[in-house]
Design a protein around this ligand. Structure first.
Ligand code: SF4
Length: 470
């Protein structure tokens, strides 16, 4: 647990690249019996140590890979049931002081039209997202705060929470912005954010230096220690991520495990979410067009499945970079949150025609309603629930609740009531039809006590109450 007298760390000493490479070399040809023993442990929902993650990552035999997938599906179903959390990114700016060679927002990219939203424009974006039915946003932008500096971020959060549209509102704002100082993280926490996310992109220091050639982000350790500062400041829901395609995916996945282990050692809790973006073409970037270590679809599915087994209680987030087909497959393998109806350019919701200022090409162009309909048609329950952080169920408290299986008991009914709210207020006829079938299927599968809670909550929503949660 955190010793508050401890000096803020300025170097990510927990990252041991040599140990990762040695672990991977030692398991180059995994024995099927060992793989099966690992999978037998994983389905007990106990997570996996780094060595086991390394073994699974080396499996190439198609039958064994299928066994990994089957175990991941089982863990996903056991812990999360059919619930899928939906959110949308809100880009406040595409201005950036960094030079990440794979990103359209990088400072030297003159092909990109630059834009930073005013607070009024942020309110307009928020209104457009609320009108789609969203309740949960990810506030994100290039790594340079527009006029007003850090205070702009606080004002933007306040602006988003202030927008009300009929019975709609944003109830949770997650934030993905440049690494901050501990004091700035304190102010961010006081602004009532949900999760603070920061992706290291790659943990391979050499590749990191080649990919991040200038700006504050070129400082690997400033970024790799940011989550420590966030947690020192009291933000206990944090999200990690790797940009797959930059370096060897096996290396980066094991490094991610080291990062999580460090957080668990130091703060008593790891990360709340892991994001698995895979590199996509971006305007004006050859690197993004030809990723240095491209991850094929089969390996990408393996990454999701292995993470599901390794950290079973950590949410896995799939961005809009992937195609509907890949998103559908990975939902079954372990993904628990997806974006819907996303735009990755500032102002893209209020003025959807202007997409030339986007960070990367989207693989999924469906509207939120289409995503909801398709997800529900596969038997999932799209969830708009934002209860946990408002009930103080964050960090270690959330994990304590999650571990005995209460995700299903709490989040299951909350998912259904928030989904019912969406369907009544925003759903198209086809989404309503798919949603009603998914809900009745899930109710029938629930234990009687949980079904009872769900039905009572749904009734309240139908009677006109909103934001009904446990
Ligand atoms: S990846 Fe982030 S920090 Fe790097 S150029 Fe793009 S927006 Fe800026």
């Amino acid at each position: 647990m955190l010793d508050t007298t401890e000096r803020t760390m300025d170097r990510a000493d927990w990252l041991d690249e040599a140990a990762i490479r040695a672990t991977l070399a030692a398991v180059a040809r995994p024995d099927p019996a060992r793989v099966r023993a690992i999978l037998a442990r994983a389905v007990e929902l106990v997570g996996l140590p780094a060595e086991d993650v390394a073994v699974l990552s080396m499996v190439t035999d198609p039958d064994l890979v299928e066994e990994i997938f089957a175990a991941a599906r089982r863990v996903k179903e056991e812990i999360y049931g059919p619930r899928i959390v939906l959110f949308a990114p809100l880009y406040f700016s595409n201005i950036c002081t960094n030079e990440c060679v794979y990103c359209a927002f990088r400072r030297s990219n003159h092909e990109l039209e630059r834009k930073a939203l005013s607070l009024d424009e942020i309110r307009a974006e928020t209104a457009a997202l609320i009108d789609q039915g969203h309740k949960r946003l990810l506030l994100i932008g290039g790594e340079a705060f527009p006029k007003g500096g850090f205070q702009y971020l606080i004002d933007a959060i306040e602006a988003i929470y202030s927008v009300k549209r009929g019975r709609g509102e944003i109830r949770r704002i997650n934030v993905n912005v440049a690494p901050l100082s501990t004091e700035e993280f304190r102010r961010l926490k006081a602004a009532h954010i949900g999760t603070y996310q920061l992706f290291q992109e790659t943990y391979d220091r050499k590749v990191y230096a080649e990919m991040h050639v200038d700006g504050r982000k070129a400082d690997f350790d400033w970024r790799a220690t940011a989550i420590d500062r966030a947690m020192e400041a009291g933000i206990d829901d944090v999200g990690l991520g790797v940009l797959y395609g930059l370096a060897d995916w096996r290396f980066d996945t094991l490094a991610l495990m080291q990062h999580i282990a460090h957080l668990e050692d130091r703060f008593g809790v790891g990360c709340h979410t892991i994001s698995v973006p895979r590199m996509e073409p971006a305007l004006g970037s050859d690197v993004a067009m030809h990723p240095p270590q491209e991850v094929c679809d089969d390996d990408f599915k393996k990454i999701v499945a292995i993470l599901r087994l390794a950290v079973p209680y950590t949410g896995l987030i799939m961005s809009t970079r992937e195609t509907p087909e890949m998103r559908k497959t990975t939902l079954e393998l372990g993904v628990s949150q997806i974006s819907g109806g996303s735009r990755t350019n500032p102002g893209g919701y209020a003025t959807p025609e202007a997409e030339d200022a986007a960070q990367f090409e989207r693989g999924d162009h469906r509207s939120l309603d289409e995503v909801v309909r398709d997800v529900a048609a596969c038997g999932h329950i799209p969830s708009f629930c934002t209860a946990c952080y408002r009930m103080g169920r964050t960090g270690a408290d959330f994990m304590d609740l999650a571990k005995p299986g209460l995700i299903r008991e709490m989040c299951g009914p909350n998912a259904i009531s928030s989904f019912e709210e969406y369907l009544l207020d925003y759903g198209s006829d086809t989404a309503k039809e798919a949603g009603a079938t998914a809900i009745s299927g899930e109710l029938a599968a629930m234990e009687p006590k949980i079904r009872h809670y769900s039905e009572v909550m749904m009734r309240k929503v139908r009677q006109g109450k909103r934001d009904v949660f446990r």
